[in-house]
Design a protein around this ligand. Structure first.
Ligand code: NAP
Length: 243
């Protein structure tokens, strides 16, 4: 059987592109969604028209019981999980002093807590199999910090911290853990960015362009296939951030 890959937040944007391309490349894909059922169904149908079958599974990954259901579904159906891609995320631009406890909680639970507990659930099976790959989609803001995105930046920096620690702990079990930290990518997450703002980002970016979901997918696919990279934060960002 081909490798079994779970992609969280696969109904739209980067996650959808990752799920689509891995499925086209022969991987067995379980595509998670939460609110956008119509978009998840359209992903499944688009692939079906090419004779490719994927599973779509509704789960709010900010809740542990729903994460467990997603991983249990995968194990019950396929008996294994080879790759977990923790992609689901939300962002919100807000002044630091205006962020409420409820908003902070939602940001941390969706972007960080989800990565911790989905990785924990998947790792239980990967350790037994002595094989696995976990890829966490973080952000350049986890590296640089983003003004008016303090909770988001904090969550993404936390994800990169998890990546490094978990790579050390799970390396002896032949499980690789890496972060992919995108720069500015044209998705719904940036639907409020104006033309002028996009232009300003392009002007600041050495490659003079905005990223597309496929730019992240290529990096993810490479990491899925690699065998010697772990604990790294790789940032496809057009050179906007060079560390
Ligand atoms: P997007 O277009 O807004 O899509 C977000 C995806 O996450 C959707 O499929 C959404 O599913 C899912 N999601 C959100 N909350 C969820 C939850 N509680 N449970 C399950 N799924 C949930 O965003 P994107 O740009 O593709 O972002 C994908 C990842 O890349 C995120 O982690 C983001 O932080 C990161 N990133 C993006 C950029 C960028 O410029 N776009 C830059 C750096 C990092 P539903 O609609 O079905 O709920």
């Amino acid at each position: 059987m081909s490798k079994v890959v779970v992609v969280t937040g696969a109904s739209r944007g980067i996650g959808r592109n990752i799920a689509y391309n891995l499925a086209v490349n022969g991987y067995t894909v379980v595509a998670n969604y939460n609110a956008s059922e119509d978009k998840a169904i359209s992903l499944k149908e688009e692939l079906k028209s090419q004779n490719i079958d994927i599973d779509i599974f509704k789960a709010n990954v900010s809740k542990i019981n729903e994460i467990k259901k997603l991983i249990d579904f995968t194990i019950e159906k396929y008996g294994r999980i080879d790759v977990l891609i923790n992609n689901a995320g939300i962002s919100e631009e807000k002044l630091f002093t205006d962020i409420t406890e409820e908003e902070f909680d939602r940001m941390i639970k969706t972007n960080m807590y989800s990565v911790f507990f989905a990785s924990q659930e998947a790792a239980r099976y990967m350790i037994k199999a002595h094989s696995g790959c976990i890829i966490n989609i973080s952000s350049i803001y986890g590296l640089t910090g983003g003004s008016c995105e303090v909770a988001y930046s904090m969550a993404k920096a936390g994800v990169d911290g998890l990546t490094k620690a978990l790579a050390k702990e799970l390396g002896p079990s032949n499980i690789r853990v890496n972060s992919v930290a995108p720069g500015a990518i044209d998705t719904d997450m940036n639907k409020n960015v104006t033309e002028e703002e996009w232009q300003a980002i392009k002007d600041e970016t050495p490659l003079m362009k905005i990223g597309k979901p496929i730019d992240i997918t290529r990096c993810v696919k490479w990491l899925v296939e690699d065998e010697f990279t772990t604990g790294q934060v790789i940032s496809p960002n057009g050179g906007l951030v060079i560390t």
